[in-house]
Write a protein that binds this ligand. Structure first.
Ligand code: GAP
Length: 503
Protein backbone atom coordinates (compact mmCIF):
# COMPACT_ATOMS: atom_id res chain seq x y z
CA UNK A 1 0.00 0.00 0.00
CA UNK A 2 1.27 3.49 -0.80
CA UNK A 3 2.30 5.52 2.26
CA UNK A 4 -0.25 8.23 1.43
CA UNK A 5 -3.05 5.67 1.28
CA UNK A 6 -1.84 4.08 4.49
CA UNK A 7 -1.89 7.44 6.24
CA UNK A 8 -5.36 8.31 4.91
CA UNK A 9 -6.70 4.95 6.10
CA UNK A 10 -5.13 5.45 9.52
CA UNK A 11 -6.70 8.91 9.94
CA UNK A 12 -10.10 7.56 8.82
CA UNK A 13 -9.77 4.61 11.21
CA UNK A 14 -8.97 6.93 14.14
CA UNK A 15 -12.18 8.82 13.46
CA UNK A 16 -14.37 5.80 12.79
CA UNK A 17 -13.49 4.09 16.06
CA UNK A 18 -13.32 7.10 18.39
CA UNK A 19 -9.60 7.71 18.75
CA UNK A 20 -9.38 11.20 17.22
CA UNK A 21 -11.97 13.59 15.78
CA UNK A 22 -11.40 16.85 13.92
CA UNK A 23 -12.15 19.64 16.39
CA UNK A 24 -15.49 21.46 16.00
CA UNK A 25 -16.39 19.07 13.22
CA UNK A 26 -20.05 20.10 12.95
CA UNK A 27 -18.78 23.60 12.11
CA UNK A 28 -16.44 22.15 9.46
CA UNK A 29 -13.51 21.80 11.83
CA UNK A 30 -10.71 24.06 12.97
CA UNK A 31 -7.43 23.71 11.17
CA UNK A 32 -4.69 21.82 13.03
CA UNK A 33 -6.83 21.28 16.12
CA UNK A 34 -8.09 17.82 17.09
CA UNK A 35 -10.22 16.24 19.81
CA UNK A 36 -9.36 12.90 21.36
CA UNK A 37 -12.33 10.56 21.54
CA UNK A 38 -13.28 7.87 24.03
CA UNK A 39 -10.46 5.52 22.96
CA UNK A 40 -7.94 8.25 22.21
CA UNK A 41 -8.17 9.66 25.71
CA UNK A 42 -7.47 6.24 27.24
CA UNK A 43 -4.40 5.68 25.06
CA UNK A 44 -3.22 9.23 25.75
CA UNK A 45 -3.61 8.79 29.51
CA UNK A 46 -1.70 5.51 29.37
CA UNK A 47 1.16 7.15 27.45
CA UNK A 48 1.29 9.94 30.03
CA UNK A 49 1.44 7.39 32.83
CA UNK A 50 4.17 5.44 31.04
CA UNK A 51 6.29 8.59 30.73
CA UNK A 52 5.51 9.81 34.26
CA UNK A 53 6.52 6.47 35.76
CA UNK A 54 9.80 6.38 33.82
CA UNK A 55 10.68 9.97 34.69
CA UNK A 56 9.16 10.71 38.10
CA UNK A 57 8.34 7.44 39.85
CA UNK A 58 11.54 5.57 38.91
CA UNK A 59 13.90 8.50 39.57
CA UNK A 60 14.02 9.53 43.20
CA UNK A 61 15.57 12.85 42.27
CA UNK A 62 12.82 13.92 39.84
CA UNK A 63 9.51 15.40 40.95
CA UNK A 64 6.54 16.66 39.00
CA UNK A 65 4.51 19.87 38.89
CA UNK A 66 1.46 21.20 37.09
CA UNK A 67 1.91 24.91 36.44
CA UNK A 68 -0.72 27.28 35.02
CA UNK A 69 -1.00 27.89 31.30
CA UNK A 70 -1.32 31.64 31.84
CA UNK A 71 1.90 33.17 33.09
CA UNK A 72 3.27 36.65 33.63
CA UNK A 73 3.95 38.18 30.19
CA UNK A 74 7.51 39.16 31.14
CA UNK A 75 8.35 35.44 31.30
CA UNK A 76 8.10 35.29 27.51
CA UNK A 77 10.26 38.36 27.13
CA UNK A 78 12.92 36.78 29.39
CA UNK A 79 12.76 33.41 27.63
CA UNK A 80 13.29 35.07 24.24
CA UNK A 81 9.94 33.95 22.83
CA UNK A 82 8.59 37.48 22.28
CA UNK A 83 11.57 38.47 20.17
CA UNK A 84 12.74 35.25 18.63
CA UNK A 85 10.04 32.56 18.53
CA UNK A 86 9.56 32.97 14.82
CA UNK A 87 9.14 30.85 11.72
CA UNK A 88 10.48 31.99 8.34
CA UNK A 89 7.49 32.11 6.00
CA UNK A 90 7.19 32.37 2.25
CA UNK A 91 4.06 32.71 0.10
CA UNK A 92 3.44 31.45 -3.39
CA UNK A 93 1.96 34.38 -5.32
CA UNK A 94 -0.08 32.15 -7.65
CA UNK A 95 -1.68 29.71 -5.22
CA UNK A 96 -1.70 32.28 -2.35
CA UNK A 97 -0.53 29.39 -0.13
CA UNK A 98 1.89 30.02 2.71
CA UNK A 99 4.80 27.72 3.58
CA UNK A 100 7.60 27.52 6.09
CA UNK A 101 10.69 28.31 4.09
CA UNK A 102 12.90 26.06 6.23
CA UNK A 103 10.48 23.13 5.79
CA UNK A 104 10.53 23.53 1.99
CA UNK A 105 14.32 23.21 2.04
CA UNK A 106 14.40 20.41 4.61
CA UNK A 107 11.79 18.40 2.66
CA UNK A 108 13.93 18.78 -0.44
CA UNK A 109 16.94 17.49 1.50
CA UNK A 110 14.91 14.60 2.94
CA UNK A 111 14.11 13.54 -0.63
CA UNK A 112 17.84 13.29 -1.38
CA UNK A 113 18.23 11.09 1.71
CA UNK A 114 15.36 8.93 0.48
CA UNK A 115 17.12 8.50 -2.86
CA UNK A 116 20.24 7.29 -1.03
CA UNK A 117 18.16 4.89 1.05
CA UNK A 118 16.55 3.50 -2.13
CA UNK A 119 19.98 2.88 -3.70
CA UNK A 120 21.03 1.04 -0.53
CA UNK A 121 17.85 -1.03 -0.56
CA UNK A 122 18.35 -2.00 -4.20
CA UNK A 123 21.98 -2.96 -3.61
CA UNK A 124 21.05 -4.97 -0.53
CA UNK A 125 18.68 -7.06 -2.62
CA UNK A 126 21.26 -7.45 -5.38
CA UNK A 127 24.22 -8.49 -3.19
CA UNK A 128 22.35 -10.39 -0.47
CA UNK A 129 24.40 -11.49 2.54
CA UNK A 130 27.67 -10.23 1.07
CA UNK A 131 26.40 -6.63 1.13
CA UNK A 132 28.62 -4.16 2.96
CA UNK A 133 26.60 -0.98 3.46
CA UNK A 134 29.49 1.21 4.68
CA UNK A 135 31.59 0.29 1.66
CA UNK A 136 28.68 0.75 -0.74
CA UNK A 137 27.73 4.21 0.51
CA UNK A 138 31.36 5.40 0.41
CA UNK A 139 32.09 4.16 -3.14
CA UNK A 140 28.92 4.00 -5.23
CA UNK A 141 29.05 6.93 -7.70
CA UNK A 142 25.31 7.67 -7.58
CA UNK A 143 25.26 7.69 -3.77
CA UNK A 144 28.35 9.89 -3.70
CA UNK A 145 26.68 12.37 -6.05
CA UNK A 146 23.60 12.54 -3.82
CA UNK A 147 25.77 12.93 -0.73
CA UNK A 148 27.70 15.77 -2.33
CA UNK A 149 24.49 17.54 -3.35
CA UNK A 150 23.12 17.13 0.18
CA UNK A 151 26.30 18.47 1.82
CA UNK A 152 26.36 21.52 -0.44
CA UNK A 153 22.76 22.48 0.31
CA UNK A 154 23.26 21.77 4.01
CA UNK A 155 26.28 24.07 4.19
CA UNK A 156 24.46 26.95 2.52
CA UNK A 157 21.31 26.40 4.54
CA UNK A 158 23.06 26.24 7.93
CA UNK A 159 24.99 29.42 7.10
CA UNK A 160 21.81 31.26 6.06
CA UNK A 161 20.14 30.21 9.31
CA UNK A 162 23.15 31.21 11.40
CA UNK A 163 23.30 34.62 9.73
CA UNK A 164 19.52 34.91 9.95
CA UNK A 165 19.75 35.79 6.27
CA UNK A 166 16.20 35.55 4.92
CA UNK A 167 17.19 36.69 1.42
CA UNK A 168 19.62 33.79 1.17
CA UNK A 169 16.99 31.32 2.32
CA UNK A 170 14.74 32.51 -0.50
CA UNK A 171 17.65 32.22 -2.93
CA UNK A 172 18.24 28.59 -1.90
CA UNK A 173 14.57 27.84 -2.63
CA UNK A 174 14.89 29.47 -6.04
CA UNK A 175 18.20 27.77 -6.85
CA UNK A 176 16.84 24.33 -5.93
CA UNK A 177 13.86 24.96 -8.19
CA UNK A 178 11.39 24.20 -5.41
CA UNK A 179 7.84 24.66 -6.67
CA UNK A 180 4.56 25.22 -4.84
CA UNK A 181 2.79 21.84 -4.67
CA UNK A 182 -0.55 23.56 -5.44
CA UNK A 183 0.29 25.93 -8.31
CA UNK A 184 3.45 24.19 -9.47
CA UNK A 185 5.17 27.58 -9.91
CA UNK A 186 8.29 29.22 -8.47
CA UNK A 187 6.61 32.60 -8.07
CA UNK A 188 7.66 33.18 -4.43
CA UNK A 189 7.43 36.24 -2.18
CA UNK A 190 10.31 37.27 0.08
CA UNK A 191 10.80 35.30 3.30
CA UNK A 192 9.42 36.96 6.47
CA UNK A 193 9.55 36.10 10.15
CA UNK A 194 6.26 35.32 11.94
CA UNK A 195 5.85 34.99 15.74
CA UNK A 196 4.17 31.74 16.76
CA UNK A 197 2.70 32.73 20.12
CA UNK A 198 -1.04 33.19 20.60
CA UNK A 199 -1.87 36.25 22.64
CA UNK A 200 -4.99 37.32 24.50
CA UNK A 201 -6.05 40.02 26.96
CA UNK A 202 -6.26 39.53 30.70
CA UNK A 203 -8.60 41.89 32.56
CA UNK A 204 -12.16 42.92 31.85
CA UNK A 205 -11.67 46.54 30.79
CA UNK A 206 -9.72 46.91 27.61
CA UNK A 207 -7.66 49.94 28.70
CA UNK A 208 -6.10 48.26 31.71
CA UNK A 209 -5.96 44.85 30.12
CA UNK A 210 -2.52 43.42 29.60
CA UNK A 211 -1.46 41.13 26.80
CA UNK A 212 -0.70 37.64 27.93
CA UNK A 213 0.32 34.59 25.93
CA UNK A 214 -0.83 31.02 25.75
CA UNK A 215 2.38 29.19 26.65
CA UNK A 216 4.25 27.82 23.63
CA UNK A 217 6.12 25.32 25.85
CA UNK A 218 5.61 23.98 29.38
CA UNK A 219 9.30 24.41 30.25
CA UNK A 220 9.04 28.01 31.46
CA UNK A 221 6.51 26.97 34.14
CA UNK A 222 9.25 24.71 35.48
CA UNK A 223 11.99 27.37 35.41
CA UNK A 224 9.97 29.96 37.29
CA UNK A 225 9.12 27.35 39.95
CA UNK A 226 12.68 26.11 40.26
CA UNK A 227 13.31 27.61 43.70
CA UNK A 228 9.82 26.83 45.02
CA UNK A 229 10.32 23.15 44.27
CA UNK A 230 13.97 23.03 45.32
CA UNK A 231 13.25 24.58 48.71
CA UNK A 232 9.94 22.91 49.56
CA UNK A 233 11.08 19.52 48.23
CA UNK A 234 14.56 19.82 49.81
CA UNK A 235 15.97 18.83 46.43
CA UNK A 236 19.72 18.47 46.01
CA UNK A 237 21.48 19.01 42.73
CA UNK A 238 21.40 17.09 40.42
CA UNK A 239 17.58 16.95 40.37
CA UNK A 240 14.78 17.25 37.87
CA UNK A 241 11.29 18.74 37.58
CA UNK A 242 8.84 17.15 35.17
CA UNK A 243 5.57 18.41 33.77
CA UNK A 244 2.89 17.28 31.32
CA UNK A 245 0.64 19.93 29.86
CA UNK A 246 -0.84 21.83 26.97
CA UNK A 247 1.20 24.13 24.75
CA UNK A 248 -0.02 26.39 21.96
CA UNK A 249 1.67 27.54 18.76
CA UNK A 250 0.20 29.39 15.84
CA UNK A 251 1.70 26.93 13.38
CA UNK A 252 1.42 28.15 9.83
CA UNK A 253 1.95 24.86 8.16
CA UNK A 254 -0.60 22.68 9.77
CA UNK A 255 -0.33 19.31 8.11
CA UNK A 256 0.19 15.68 8.89
CA UNK A 257 -2.70 15.13 11.28
CA UNK A 258 -1.64 15.34 14.94
CA UNK A 259 2.06 15.71 14.09
CA UNK A 260 1.90 19.51 13.98
CA UNK A 261 -0.99 21.04 15.86
CA UNK A 262 -1.86 24.48 17.16
CA UNK A 263 -2.87 23.08 20.54
CA UNK A 264 -0.87 20.09 21.69
CA UNK A 265 0.62 18.47 24.77
CA UNK A 266 4.22 18.23 25.88
CA UNK A 267 5.93 16.01 28.44
CA UNK A 268 8.99 17.95 29.56
CA UNK A 269 11.66 17.51 32.17
CA UNK A 270 14.29 20.04 33.22
CA UNK A 271 17.28 18.50 34.98
CA UNK A 272 19.31 20.96 37.09
CA UNK A 273 23.04 20.24 37.36
CA UNK A 274 26.31 21.76 38.50
CA UNK A 275 27.87 24.07 35.87
CA UNK A 276 30.61 22.18 34.04
CA UNK A 277 28.87 18.78 34.38
CA UNK A 278 26.12 19.52 31.86
CA UNK A 279 27.65 17.73 28.88
CA UNK A 280 28.02 14.49 30.88
CA UNK A 281 24.39 14.76 31.88
CA UNK A 282 23.38 15.60 28.32
CA UNK A 283 25.00 12.34 27.20
CA UNK A 284 23.27 10.46 30.03
CA UNK A 285 19.79 11.73 29.14
CA UNK A 286 20.37 11.31 25.44
CA UNK A 287 21.03 7.58 25.94
CA UNK A 288 18.39 7.13 28.61
CA UNK A 289 15.64 8.67 26.51
CA UNK A 290 16.58 6.62 23.44
CA UNK A 291 16.47 3.43 25.54
CA UNK A 292 13.02 4.42 26.77
CA UNK A 293 11.73 4.85 23.22
CA UNK A 294 13.24 1.59 22.01
CA UNK A 295 11.83 -0.36 24.97
CA UNK A 296 8.35 0.34 23.64
CA UNK A 297 8.82 -2.30 20.97
CA UNK A 298 7.89 -0.32 17.86
CA UNK A 299 11.15 -1.41 16.19
CA UNK A 300 14.61 -0.10 17.04
CA UNK A 301 15.23 0.71 13.38
CA UNK A 302 12.49 3.33 13.58
CA UNK A 303 14.51 5.68 15.80
CA UNK A 304 17.58 7.75 15.14
CA UNK A 305 19.37 10.78 16.56
CA UNK A 306 19.66 14.01 14.69
CA UNK A 307 22.38 16.05 16.39
CA UNK A 308 21.99 19.79 15.86
CA UNK A 309 24.82 21.50 14.04
CA UNK A 310 23.29 24.92 14.44
CA UNK A 311 22.67 25.44 18.13
CA UNK A 312 20.10 27.85 19.56
CA UNK A 313 21.76 30.78 21.33
CA UNK A 314 20.97 29.27 24.74
CA UNK A 315 22.22 25.73 24.07
CA UNK A 316 25.66 24.13 24.10
CA UNK A 317 24.47 20.74 22.86
CA UNK A 318 21.23 19.55 21.28
CA UNK A 319 19.82 16.50 19.60
CA UNK A 320 16.47 15.30 18.34
CA UNK A 321 15.21 11.77 18.61
CA UNK A 322 13.56 11.17 15.26
CA UNK A 323 10.92 8.55 14.58
CA UNK A 324 10.09 6.93 11.28
CA UNK A 325 6.54 8.31 10.83
CA UNK A 326 4.47 7.31 7.76
CA UNK A 327 5.83 10.47 6.09
CA UNK A 328 9.49 9.80 6.99
CA UNK A 329 11.88 10.37 9.90
CA UNK A 330 10.79 13.42 11.94
CA UNK A 331 11.42 14.78 15.42
CA UNK A 332 9.52 13.15 18.27
CA UNK A 333 11.63 14.42 21.17
CA UNK A 334 14.22 17.14 21.69
CA UNK A 335 17.08 16.94 24.20
CA UNK A 336 18.89 20.19 24.90
CA UNK A 337 21.69 21.32 27.14
CA UNK A 338 20.21 24.78 27.85
CA UNK A 339 23.12 26.09 29.97
CA UNK A 340 22.00 28.61 32.62
CA UNK A 341 20.24 30.70 29.98
CA UNK A 342 16.67 30.45 31.27
CA UNK A 343 17.33 30.76 35.00
CA UNK A 344 19.75 33.64 34.46
CA UNK A 345 17.28 35.43 32.21
CA UNK A 346 14.48 35.04 34.78
CA UNK A 347 16.85 36.22 37.49
CA UNK A 348 17.60 39.33 35.45
CA UNK A 349 14.02 40.13 34.43
CA UNK A 350 12.40 39.36 37.80
CA UNK A 351 15.14 40.83 39.97
CA UNK A 352 14.89 37.69 42.18
CA UNK A 353 17.84 35.42 42.87
CA UNK A 354 17.44 31.98 41.31
CA UNK A 355 20.51 30.32 42.77
CA UNK A 356 21.32 27.09 44.50
CA UNK A 357 23.64 26.82 47.49
CA UNK A 358 25.83 23.77 47.00
CA UNK A 359 26.95 22.57 50.46
CA UNK A 360 29.58 20.27 49.00
CA UNK A 361 31.26 23.13 47.13
CA UNK A 362 30.26 25.73 49.73
CA UNK A 363 29.12 28.13 47.01
CA UNK A 364 26.02 29.45 45.26
CA UNK A 365 25.46 29.24 41.53
CA UNK A 366 22.78 29.35 38.86
CA UNK A 367 22.38 25.67 37.88
CA UNK A 368 22.79 24.47 34.30
CA UNK A 369 19.89 22.61 32.74
CA UNK A 370 19.39 19.56 30.55
CA UNK A 371 15.94 19.43 29.01
CA UNK A 372 14.08 16.43 27.62
CA UNK A 373 10.96 17.45 25.73
CA UNK A 374 8.62 15.05 23.98
CA UNK A 375 5.35 15.77 22.21
CA UNK A 376 2.59 13.58 23.62
CA UNK A 377 0.59 13.76 20.41
CA UNK A 378 3.63 12.78 18.34
CA UNK A 379 4.20 9.84 20.65
CA UNK A 380 0.54 8.89 20.14
CA UNK A 381 1.00 9.13 16.37
CA UNK A 382 4.16 7.01 16.46
CA UNK A 383 2.30 4.27 18.33
CA UNK A 384 -0.83 4.18 16.19
CA UNK A 385 1.11 4.42 12.94
CA UNK A 386 3.10 1.29 13.76
CA UNK A 387 0.11 -0.45 15.35
CA UNK A 388 -2.31 -0.06 12.43
CA UNK A 389 -2.32 -3.11 10.15
CA UNK A 390 -4.59 -4.29 7.38
CA UNK A 391 -4.18 -8.07 7.25
CA UNK A 392 -5.36 -10.82 4.94
CA UNK A 393 -5.84 -13.96 7.00
CA UNK A 394 -5.15 -17.56 6.00
CA UNK A 395 -8.80 -18.17 5.12
CA UNK A 396 -8.76 -15.16 2.79
CA UNK A 397 -10.79 -12.91 5.10
CA UNK A 398 -9.47 -9.48 6.05
CA UNK A 399 -9.07 -7.69 9.33
CA UNK A 400 -7.80 -4.35 10.60
CA UNK A 401 -5.82 -4.76 13.78
CA UNK A 402 -4.28 -2.13 16.04
CA UNK A 403 -1.28 -3.89 17.61
CA UNK A 404 -0.91 -1.27 20.32
CA UNK A 405 1.56 -2.40 23.03
CA UNK A 406 -0.75 -4.22 25.46
CA UNK A 407 0.04 -2.07 28.49
CA UNK A 408 -0.94 1.08 26.56
CA UNK A 409 -4.09 -0.28 24.90
CA UNK A 410 -7.33 1.65 25.68
CA UNK A 411 -9.16 -1.51 26.77
CA UNK A 412 -7.26 -4.45 28.19
CA UNK A 413 -10.06 -7.04 28.03
CA UNK A 414 -13.25 -7.49 26.06
CA UNK A 415 -15.80 -9.59 27.89
CA UNK A 416 -17.91 -11.53 25.40
CA UNK A 417 -20.73 -13.92 26.38
CA UNK A 418 -21.21 -16.37 23.52
CA UNK A 419 -24.99 -15.89 23.55
CA UNK A 420 -27.40 -13.44 25.16
CA UNK A 421 -29.27 -16.18 27.07
CA UNK A 422 -29.00 -19.18 29.39
CA UNK A 423 -27.18 -17.32 32.15
CA UNK A 424 -24.10 -16.49 30.02
CA UNK A 425 -24.55 -12.68 30.24
CA UNK A 426 -24.90 -12.95 34.03
CA UNK A 427 -21.67 -14.97 34.31
CA UNK A 428 -19.93 -12.53 31.92
CA UNK A 429 -21.08 -9.57 34.03
CA UNK A 430 -19.70 -11.25 37.13
CA UNK A 431 -16.27 -11.56 35.44
CA UNK A 432 -16.52 -8.01 34.09
CA UNK A 433 -17.33 -6.57 37.53
CA UNK A 434 -14.24 -8.21 39.00
CA UNK A 435 -11.81 -7.24 36.23
CA UNK A 436 -13.02 -3.67 35.79
CA UNK A 437 -11.81 -2.71 39.26
CA UNK A 438 -8.27 -3.17 37.94
CA UNK A 439 -8.47 -2.83 34.15
CA UNK A 440 -10.37 -0.93 31.48
CA UNK A 441 -12.74 -3.55 30.06
CA UNK A 442 -15.46 -3.51 27.43
CA UNK A 443 -18.57 -5.68 27.60
CA UNK A 444 -20.07 -6.71 24.26
CA UNK A 445 -22.85 -9.21 23.56
CA UNK A 446 -24.06 -7.95 20.17
CA UNK A 447 -23.41 -9.85 16.90
CA UNK A 448 -21.63 -13.13 16.18
CA UNK A 449 -18.44 -13.80 18.10
CA UNK A 450 -16.21 -13.45 15.00
CA UNK A 451 -17.57 -9.98 14.33
CA UNK A 452 -16.98 -9.02 17.94
CA UNK A 453 -13.36 -10.22 17.73
CA UNK A 454 -12.87 -8.02 14.66
CA UNK A 455 -14.30 -5.00 16.48
CA UNK A 456 -11.86 -5.53 19.36
CA UNK A 457 -8.92 -6.07 16.97
CA UNK A 458 -9.76 -2.76 15.33
CA UNK A 459 -9.51 -0.87 18.61
CA UNK A 460 -6.44 -2.73 19.85
CA UNK A 461 -7.89 -4.75 22.76
CA UNK A 462 -5.15 -7.29 23.56
CA UNK A 463 -7.40 -9.99 25.06
CA UNK A 464 -10.92 -11.19 24.36
CA UNK A 465 -12.53 -13.33 27.05
CA UNK A 466 -15.34 -15.56 25.77
CA UNK A 467 -17.85 -16.99 28.20
CA UNK A 468 -19.62 -20.12 26.94
CA UNK A 469 -21.64 -23.03 28.32
CA UNK A 470 -18.53 -24.75 29.64
CA UNK A 471 -17.83 -21.66 31.75
CA UNK A 472 -21.00 -22.34 33.72
CA UNK A 473 -19.79 -25.88 34.43
CA UNK A 474 -16.08 -25.50 35.23
CA UNK A 475 -15.47 -21.75 35.58
CA UNK A 476 -13.10 -21.66 32.57
CA UNK A 477 -13.16 -19.17 29.69
CA UNK A 478 -11.50 -18.85 26.31
CA UNK A 479 -8.84 -16.16 26.19
CA UNK A 480 -7.92 -14.95 22.70
CA UNK A 481 -4.77 -12.96 22.05
CA UNK A 482 -5.14 -10.11 19.55
CA UNK A 483 -1.99 -10.34 17.40
CA UNK A 484 -1.57 -14.11 17.10
CA UNK A 485 -5.34 -14.76 17.39
CA UNK A 486 -4.36 -17.84 19.41
CA UNK A 487 -6.91 -19.11 21.91
CA UNK A 488 -6.74 -21.22 25.04
CA UNK A 489 -8.91 -22.13 28.00
CA UNK A 490 -8.03 -20.83 31.40
CA UNK A 491 -9.68 -20.57 34.76
CA UNK A 492 -11.63 -17.35 35.37
CA UNK A 493 -9.46 -16.57 38.35
CA UNK A 494 -6.29 -16.65 36.21
CA UNK A 495 -7.33 -14.02 33.65
CA UNK A 496 -5.43 -11.11 35.20
CA UNK A 497 -2.28 -13.20 35.72
CA UNK A 498 -2.39 -14.56 32.17
CA UNK A 499 -2.23 -11.11 30.67
CA UNK A 500 0.96 -9.30 31.55
CA UNK A 501 0.61 -5.51 31.37
CA UNK A 502 3.71 -4.65 33.33
CA UNK A 503 6.17 -2.01 32.13
N1 GAP B 1 10.85 23.24 25.61
C1 GAP B 1 11.48 22.85 24.41
C2 GAP B 1 10.56 22.75 23.28
O1 GAP B 1 9.42 23.12 23.35
P1 GAP B 1 10.42 21.94 20.81
O2 GAP B 1 11.40 21.14 20.00
O3 GAP B 1 9.91 23.18 20.23
O4 GAP B 1 11.16 22.20 22.20
C3 GAP B 1 9.40 19.81 21.91
O5 GAP B 1 9.20 21.01 21.20
C4 GAP B 1 8.53 18.70 21.38
O6 GAP B 1 7.17 19.14 21.34
C5 GAP B 1 8.85 18.32 19.94
O7 GAP B 1 9.87 17.35 19.89
C6 GAP B 1 7.53 17.76 19.46
O8 GAP B 1 7.41 16.38 19.82
C7 GAP B 1 6.50 18.55 20.23
N2 GAP B 1 5.91 19.61 19.40
C8 GAP B 1 6.43 20.80 19.10
N3 GAP B 1 5.59 21.51 18.33
C9 GAP B 1 4.50 20.74 18.13
C10 GAP B 1 3.27 20.91 17.43
N4 GAP B 1 2.98 22.03 16.78
N5 GAP B 1 2.37 19.90 17.43
C11 GAP B 1 2.63 18.75 18.09
N6 GAP B 1 3.77 18.55 18.79
C12 GAP B 1 4.70 19.52 18.81
Amino acid sequence: MKQEDFFKNLVAHCKEYGFIFPSSEIYDGLSAVYDYGQLGVELKNNIKQYWWKAMVQYNENIVGIDSAIFMHPTIWKASGHVDAFNDPLIDNKDSKKRYRADVLIEDYMAKIEEKIAKEVEKAKKRFGEAFDEAQFTSTNPRVLKYKEEFAEIDKRYVKALEDNNLADIKQIILDLGIVCPISGTRNWTDVRQFNLMFSTQMGSVNEDASTIYLRPETAQGIFVNFLNVQKTGRMKIPFGIAQIGKAFRNEIIARQFIFRMREFEQMEMQFFVRPGTELEWFKYWKEKRMQWHKALGLGEENYRFHDHEKLAHYANAATDIEFNFPFGFKEIEGIHSRTDFDLSAHQKYSGKKLQYFDYELNESYVPYVIETSIGLDRMFLSIISKAYKEEVLEDGSERVVMSIPAFLAPYKFAILPLTKKDGLPEKAREIMDKLKMQFMCQYDEKDAIGKRYRRQDAIGTPYCITIDYQTLEDNTVTIRERDSMSQKRINCNDIAAEANFAF
